[in-house]
Ligand binder design. Sequence first.
Ligand SMILES: NC(=O)c1ccc[n+]([C@@H]2O[C@H](COP(=O)([O-])OP(=O)(O)OC[C@H]3O[C@@H](n4cnc5c(N)ncnc54)[C@H](OP(=O)(O)O)[C@@H]3O)[C@@H](O)[C@H]2O)c1
Length: 296
Amino acid sequence: MTRTDTEKTPVTLLGLGAMGTALARAWLTAGHPLTVWNRTPSRAHALAAEGARATESVPAAVAANTLVVVCLLDDASVEDTLAGADLTGKDVVNLTTCTPAQARARAAWAAERGARYLDGGIMAVPPMIGVPEAGGYVLYSGARDLFEQHRDTLAVPAGTTYVGENPSHAALHDVALLSAMYGMFAGAAHAFALIRREDVDPTAFAPLLADWLTAMAPAVHGTAEQLRGGDYTKGVTSTLAMQVAGTPTFLDTADEQGVSPELLAPFFALMRRRLAEGGGEEDLTGVIDLLLRRPE
Ligand SMILES: NC(=O)c1ccc[n+]([C@@H]2O[C@H](COP(=O)([O-])OP(=O)(O)OC[C@H]3O[C@@H](n4cnc5c(N)ncnc54)[C@H](OP(=O)(O)O)[C@@H]3O)[C@@H](O)[C@H]2O)c1
């Protein structure tokens, strides 16, 4: 069936920063009636010229539509912004990056005000919004029926990945994935530092690095299976004992190249601790449990 523009769900969007503006353009381009608000009103001018209805008050923007999407700087700005609005009967979709605890509290806060609530974590940068082939997506958590009801509209700016009813889980997945990304960038930073003073072209090294990281990434599936099964020695090809024995090579190479080991050393220390506790026949999965310990 061909849908006409008038059949498309109207959207209210609060927040026209870099991300909010990209979201707005995607919904406008797809023909969704769009009402926008931004603290600094001038940021709405260009979108108004493209067909958005710009409002100068949050209550008016919220009152305009049932579906209210929020994309502001942080959780505090969401509280500030929505404080004076009547959320009764609204479907609030909060795409503002926050912690899992903030998302849980914000869901309860919305429910107290008579709204249904979905939390979202955006796994994309603004140029990827409205460009399906770019691979960006948004993690969603909260009531499944609410997600299903708005799935088509939410899928306009980027792909949708629903991660469960617990409203904190989108933020949890978001931060977990980004944390892994920073670990990857930390490793890449160390690798580039090792070659930095040598006659090695970084642009020739980069494809080797990217391919190696890509080849190693599927190891997380084995880790997940071990965590689920509880046997950390199952399917191990590179034992922790072997890997710890190799760590002096990495530290000595850093020293030879005049590179600080400060990014690698904490992980190696955890590996040695797990080995000392008897985890020599495991791979690296046991390190995860060491991280779960509370500080003394
Ligand atoms: N940009 C990215 O690459 C990216 C990627 C993934 C997720 N995100 C998330 O998307 C959200 C928005 O990011 P962004 O890139 O759009 O940020 P941004 O360009 O810095 O825009 C921030 C937005 O928040 C508004 N704001 C800040 N404090 C406010 C307050 N106290 N009350 C009301 N409005 C306030 C700003 O209004 P003014 O215009 O008045 O300053 C602006 O609309 C963030 O949570 C970010 O983590 C961003």
